[in-house]
Design a protein. Sequence first.
Length: 278
Amino acid sequence: MSIVLFFYGQIGHRKKSARMALTSLEKKNHYAILTINRPDALNALNEDILNEIHEHVEGLAGDAAIRGLIITGTGEKAFCAGADIGQMASFNPEQAEAFARKGHKTMNAIAGSDLVSIAAINGFALGGGLELALSCDIRIASDNAKMGLPETGLGIIPGFGGTQRLSRLVGPALALEIILTGTQVKSDRALQIGLVNQVVVQSELLNTAEKMMGIITGKKGPEAQKIARWLVHSGLEQPLSAALEREINEFSQIFSREEPRVGLTAFKEKKEPDFSGG
Ligand code: COA
């Protein structure tokens, strides 16, 4: 049985309902599905939503049973159409800095947690919406999805990590093309340039993400996965030689743990490994 939690943000930023759930969290076996629920604004990120996502991620990090997070948006039109343009319109530099810091804090919480994350991109992922997807480990897009960083068209720049995470994912030339043209990249091109891992028809999007998450959180060694994920992420910030040395170190250290005994022995005995510790 799954458990659904709703967050109710502070009253003030919503126009159509004073107490509308802005996000929901559904806990499954070993992962959770976080859904942004603000369809009247194409799931745009205001401060309340950023806070709620952050709180969900923090809460999940303290739940030993949960190892993965799928993030998606309500409806068939938008994953998330970006940071809330209405909220930003009146910003002075101090307010803009506070907003950017809040956005970074939320994106860093996702990327820096031990949760394996998949963005299930169900439509527009623009600006902060693409930055949210970029903070996830894996992106699966529906065939109607369009992704981009259109900020320069508004006279601003991506401020939730887009300039850095996009260029690390697709390389600086493609990142600059996307940022400077503000183009909406369709899902087939996104797949071609490595912006997304997979494209599926919309009706299959969540199923596909859940299936992949089920494999990830299924019969693999959780400690081994955690270390491998950390090596990939942290290695991007290091010179290659240092990152390779760290891989040797972690490879050797893992043999002081139980998981290699379970996994290697099960293979030799032609059995399924049981990493549950039971
Ligand atoms: N912030 C706040 N509200 C937003 C929003 C955002 N980023 N993106 C869309 N909305 C709102 C619209 O204002 C509109 O509200 P309204 O019905 O009260 O007028 C509603 O969502 C639907 O959007 P609309 O523009 O009418 O839909 P569309 O199908 O014509 O266009 C988009 C869809 C995504 C192309 C268009 O909404 C858009 O360009 N959004 C902004 C994307 C962006 O620049 N993001 C980066 C922000 S830094």
